[in-house]
Design a protein around this ligand. Structure first.
Ligand code: NAD
Length: 421
């Protein structure tokens, strides 16, 4: 079975609610808090028209969901993908709530998505779709309310169009309505690379924890976009050897090591790592089964499941993606002693620097890249250690530890605010 087939059968929202339920049980969470936190708070579905280049009008469907606003405005990316669904966005929104709580930044969780394969649109069509979608969800978003950011297939240009559209409605420039913007529009230094950088900060700490020497360690990465591509660069800077990479269209393997900057140029030019000449072709199933010390799933949800978890040979699984491993896979990782850095910790670098960007925008300030990276490192290492302390104390796996930390923080905030009215 291909990983795509396995993924299609898993409902991410069921996974997210299941993960919450077991953490809530372990925390002996009050019944009221359980029913509140296992649901999303607001869900907006929009069907909207876009004029295509051939003059026809096509309808698209998109979502913006806010899971929880207890600790602050909701925060989370916008995904453009043909497989986007209401349940996927719900799961991603809930995971954002826990992620912001794990790293202690004052946001709740949100997420958005449009059902579209953006690679089939022209640049003008993509801009039209982005502007109309922004306009449709403007009833929910705003710098004090809900702040989108990039996710799969969205980027700084798309954030710029979103910011401009929102600002046109407002009548003045509102940089703080989205993060992940270009630098010239109030974007933060270091935001583009923040998620991958944060993943590697976690890997460095994890390697110390299990006594793995990073120099020479073999790394395999699924997904070579924003997260996978930048994680590749930073992990190699630590002396590790990138031996395999895959994406939606194929993969490449070379035990001697792949040259990241050449791979990045190839990816830019061809839109895929497939066909990269300095290695042999592999598929996604082979990537996940690679003999390596560190595996970084940095593509989509539910890639490692009951069906293929037995093939994973890595010592560390660093979840660059959101929800790449199902609960069945987690159980097997725990049984085999594989060290998982859970998504809500591992990929939190992106939202952390998004928070820095938002703070800079609200203060009309601009921080240096060195300052951003130092603050990011401090937060990632502190959060990693907090999760490890709980895992040791509670004798639980790392995902459960991260959930215990996050759910307790959100539950505390929700409880102390009280039930309105
Ligand atoms: P991206 O669009 O930049 O890249 C996605 C990559 O995954 C591409 O290389 C694509 O070809 C590959 N891919 C897609 N479907 C695949 C499949 N079925 N099998 C193998 N590869 C596949 O997206 P991104 O921003 O790098 O996001 C990747 C993951 O990281 C997502 O789960 C996203 O939610 C998560 N994430 C992103 C950020 C961020 O700041 N961008 C932050 C936190 C988490």
């Amino acid at each position: 079975m291909t990983t795509e087939h396995a993924a299609r059968r898993v409902d991410s929202w069921q996974v997210a609610q299941h993960q919450f339920d077991i953490a809530a049980e372990r925390l002996h969470l009050d019944q009221a808090l359980r029913v509140i936190l296992r649901q999303t708070q607001r869900e907006l579905t929009v069907h909207f028209p876009v004029k295509m280049d051939d003059g026809t009008v096509r309808m698209f469907t998109g979502y913006r969901i806010q899971h929880n606003l207890g600790r602050g405005p909701s925060k989370g990316g916008i995904r453009y993908h043909q497989d986007v669904s209401l349940n996927e966005v719900r799961a991603l929104a809930m995971w954002m709530t826990w992620k912001c709580a794990v790293v202690g930044i004052p946001f709740g969780g949100g997420k958005g998505g449009v059902i579209v394969d953006p690679k089939r649109l022209s640049k003008r069509e993509l801009e039209g779709l982005t502007r109309r979608f922004t306009s449709e969800i403007s009833v929910l978003i705003g710098p004090e309310r809900d702040i989108p950011a990039p996710d799969v297939n969205t980027n700084p240009q798309i954030m710029a169009w979103m910011m401009d559209t929102y600002s046109m409605h407002a009548g003045y420039t509102v940089p703080g309505v989205v993060t992940g913007k270009p630098l010239s529009l109030g974007g933060s230094e270091g935001r583009n690379e923040a998620t991958g950088r944060g993943v590697v900060f976690c890997i460095v700490e994890a390697a110390k924890k299990i006594g793995l020497d990073l120099p020479g360690a073999r790394v395999a990465i699924q997904g070579f976009g924003n997260v996978g591509g930048t994680a590749a660069k930073f992990v190699v800077e630590q002396g590790a050897r990138l031996i395999a990479v895959s994406d939606a269209r194929g993969g490449v393997h070379n035990d001697e090591g792949l040259d990241v900057s050449r791979l990045q140029s190839w990816y830019q030019e061809h839109g895929t790592v497939a066909g990269f000449p300095a290695g042999t072709s592999i598929d996604n199933a082979q990537l996940l089964a690679m003999e390596c010390e560190i595996l970084i799933p940095a593509a989509m949800e539910s890639q490692i499941t009951a069906e293929n978890v037995g093939n994973v040979k890595a010592r560390i699984v660093a979840e660059g993606a959101n929800g790449p491993c199902t609960p069945d896979a987690d159980a097997e990782f725990a049984r085999r002693g594989i060290f998982v850095i859970p998504d809500i910790l591992c990929n939190a670098g992106g939202v952390t620097v998004s928070y820095f960007e938002w703070v800079q925008d609200l203060n009309r300030d601009h921080w240096t890249e060195a300052n951003v990276n130092a603050k990011l490192r401090e937060i990632m290492v502190r959060s990693f250690n907090e999760v490890m302390t709980i895992a040791d104390h509670e004798q639980c796996d790392n995902r459960m530890a991260a959930y215990l930390l996050a759910v307790e923080r959100v539950a505390d905030a929700t409880a102390i605010r009280g039930l309105y009215p």
